[in-house]
Structure formats: C-alpha cells, structure tokens
Design a protein around this ligand. Structure first.
Ligand code: CA
Length: 221
C-alpha cells in the first residue's frame, strides 16, 4: 500500500512517515500544496494524509481540485485543535476522516488502516481469503490459523493482494503500490518475491495470470 503524506513541518512529517513505514506502508512525502496536488493527480495512492495549512496552495484547495478531477482515493485531513469549522469544511471538500493536532501516532495508524479497508469495501479488520487470513491491526498473516513470518516486502505484497481479493492485480499496479518512488521497480524482483511467498504460504496461495498479474487464491477472480 502506498501513501502520500502531505505535511510542511519536517518534524511532524518525519514522525508520521516513521509510524506509517513501521505499519507496513510505502510513504512518499510532499511539502507544499502544489507538489501535493500534482502527485495526487498523476500517481495512484491507496490513501493521502493531508495537512490543511500548507505553503503555495492550502490543503482544502488541493482536496477540492482532486475531487473535481475525479480522484477518489481516501483522504485523512490533519486539522488544528478545536478548529471545528475547518473539520466541517474538510469533510465537505471530500475528506473521508480527520484528526485534530496533536494526535497519538497509534490513532493515526488505526484510522489509516480502517480507511484503506473501507475504500476497498472491507469492514472487518481481519481479511480472509482461501486458507489465509490477514489481521490488519497486528500486521499478521496466518495460514490455516498458524502465523507465518514474512519480510516487509512479502507482507506488503500479500496484504495488497488480500485487500484486492477476487481480482487479478496487474504487475504494473503491484509495482506501483509496493515500492516507493526511490526504489527500483522491477518485475523480476516481484516474481522472486512471489516464489518465496509460495514456499512460505503454500504453492497454491498466489495464482499467476501469465502476462498480466497475480491474484490471491480461494476467491473467484
Ligand atoms: Ca502545516
């Protein structure tokens, strides 16, 4: 899962990025409204964390432009404490949730998990597919109820496929959502990761659709 973090205060941005990376997400950051708008308009993100007070273009204007252009990714806005009018404006501009500053990083991570789940139509924090289950709040993947140890990249790959169970995910889409913009995105590396996952989760856990992509097993795709 790939998240765009828009926050102009370096210390807060650093804390949020650290929290979200530890929670298994790839995080890209934007420091001002114009950069945020451009990235959100041209790249696919699973979620955006958007501070409202930004240089060059304020967060509400950025959000309104995304929504007017049909960009539908979930957006969590960060607002000033007690600024209820700002929260109402944010939600009316198309935000899915808000968090007043200062906030606990645990709460941010929980809201992010829930918003991403909801955006793909899943209400339950535990996602089941075939013999696998993903406990999103604990970042734990189990097969037949037994937890399996995975590397961060392996986890991101299975978690993405499970969030999109019932559909074949194209290789290009996977590469875009599993790696940051600084990482080399290579289909070969993806194939090697899938091979390792099959050894850990069972040969039948991930289906290959030749020349197109991958799907999690156990669901009609
Ligand atoms: Ca700010």
């Amino acid at each position: 899962m790939r998240i765009l973090l828009v926050e102009d205060e370096p210390r807060i941005a650093g804390d949020i990025a650290t929290t979200l990376r530890a929670a298994g997400y790839v995080v890209e950051t934007a420091r001002d409204g114009e950069e945020a708008w451009f990235r959100g308009d041209t790249e696919d993100y699973d979620l955006v964390v958007l501070d409202l007070g930004l240089p060059r273009m304020d967060g509400l204007a950025v959000l309104r432009r995304w929504r007017a252009a049909g960009r539908a990714m979930p957006v969590l806005v960060l607002t000033a404490r007690g600024a209820w009018a700002e929260r109402v404006e944010g939600i009316d501009a198309g935000a899915d949730d808000y968090l007043p500053k200062p906030f606990r990083m645990e709460e941010l991570a929980a809201r992010v998990r829930a918003l991403i789940r909801r955006s793909v139509g899943l209400a339950c924090p535990v996602i089941a597919a075939g013999r696998l289950s993903l406990d999103t709040s604990r970042m734990r993947i189990s097969r037949d109820g037994v937890p399996v140890a995975l590397s961060p990249l392996e986890y991101r790959l299975v978690a993405y496929l499970m969030h999109h169970k019932g559909r074949v995910v194209a290789v290009g889409e996977l590469l875009e959502h599993l790696y940051g913009d600084d990482d080399a995105r290579e289909a070969n590396a993806l194939e090697a990761t899938v091979a390792r996952l099959r050894r850990k989760l069972g040969a039948d856990a991930i289906l290959t659709r030749r020349g197109f992509g991958y799907a999690i097993a156990g669901e009609p795709a």
